[in-house]
Design a protein around this ligand. Structure first.
Ligand code: MRU
Length: 355
């Protein structure tokens, strides 16, 4: 696959022309405004990830990789000791912005490994190599999403109804996306899917981002509230569920946006195949099971206040706001990766492919 500069520019994250800043499309402003943010400091990159201006497991990995390069460039004049100490500190800081998606730490560690393995070459050469590495991470994501989309497309047929949760499209990745990739690729090939997008409380990624991306691409998309998934399944309107993932454990359990495991339980009840689609960078073979995945908890204001003119619950009322949940591998029909489709037993087959 020949990936061009334009392919990278088409995503939600890229490097500025002079290579000194990370540019992101601010996803908090969609679908109403297209606003780009320019990030140059560790704090700006951390905050953009934390507030979900850039979000989706692969996209935050790409953003962090570009961020590490930009920060390394800013330290180019430092002596080797302070360059390396500063770079490692920046890496740890960026990783701490969100704990659940493994792509973030995967990308930062990959950048640090390039720096550490080339110490002998001197700081300016290390900075140049980091520039190549962040572009490689982005290019690989475009390639992986394209392969995932092909594999995913082989699991559905023209006219099928597909339900998705949260947003795992181009905004969350690079080109095509993961869970949404087969729908976009299918559209390009003249297939007609009927997609149900869960609005995805509390941050509404399904409403604000998934229905936006699919509608713009000309895919038939219907937005539903999360609590309507059971009804559309019962009506026979859904032939497959496609969702993304933030971390896949070695036994096939996986973390994804809060509410995903509920969708999987419903799909099992109605006999509908349930797939998660993710790149190699989302598979964490060092994590034995879902019980070992740290789940991010977010500000209760996202439930009570964020989208309303007035608070929708008394100030005194407690809120529990986990950003992700873990879906048991028993509920999963298959894991669609860029390396192929993995069926149960997941522990054995994931080990064969990624062990
Ligand atoms: O909190 P978010 O919006 O970053 O959560 C994103 C998801 O849960 C996605 O489904 C996942 O990152 C996969 S994106 C290809």
């Amino acid at each position: 696959m020949n990936i061009t500069h334009e392919d990278r520019m088409g995503g939600s994250v890229h490097l500025s022309e002079d290579g000194k800043k990370v540019i992101i499309l601010d996803q908090t402003q969609l679908p109403n405004r297209q606003v780009y943010l320019t990030l140059g400091t560790a704090e700006e990159i951390y905050d953009a990830i934390k507030v979900l201006a850039v979000r989706g497991a692969p996209a935050i990995g790409i953003c962090a990789a570009y961020g590490m390069y930009v920060l390394a460039e800013g330290r180019e004049k430092e002596d080797a000791d302070s360059f390396y100490a500063g770079l490692h500190k920046d890496g740890e800081y960026l990783i701490s912005s969100r704990p659940t998606a493994v792509n973030l730490s995967w990308a930062v560690k990959r950048m640090l490994a390039v720096a550490d393995q080339n110490k002998e070459a001197g700081v300016p050469e290390v900075v140049r190599l980091l520039g190549e590495e962040c572009i490689a991470i982005h290019n690989e994501d475009i390639e992986m999403c394209s392969r995932i989309s092909e594999y995913g497309l082989s699991l559905v047929k023209d006219g099928d109804g597909i339900l998705t949760h949260c947003n795992a499209g181009p905004l969350a990745t690079s080109k095509y996306g993961t869970a949404i990739g087969p729908m976009l690729l299918g559209k390009e090939r003249g297939l007609h899917f009927h997609v149900f997008a869960d609005e995805t409380r509390p941050l509404l990624q399904g409403a604000r981002l998934t229905s936006y991306e699919l509608y713009k691409a000309g895919v038939d998309v219907t937005l539903i509230c999360d609590n309507m998934a059971s009804l559309v399944m019962k009506n026979g309107w859904v032939q497959a569920c496609f969702v993304g993932c933030d971390r896949i454990a070695a036994n096939g359990d996986f973390a994804n946006k809060i509410g995903t495991s509920g969708v999987a339980i419903l799909a099992k009840h109605y006999g509908i195949p349930f797939y998660t689609l993710g790149p190699t960078s989302t598979i964490d073979m060092s994590c034995p099971s879902g019980a070992d995945i740290r789940i991010e908890e977010r500000n209760p204001d996202e439930i009570k206040n964020m989208w309303y003119k007035e608070p929708m619950a008394l100030n005194e009322v407690k809120c529990f706001n986990p950003a992700f949940d873990v879906t048991d591998h028993e509920l999963l029909t298959a894991i669609v990766t860029d390396q192929g489709i993995i069926y149960p037993p997941f522990d054995v087959n994931l080990k064969k492919m990624f062990g």
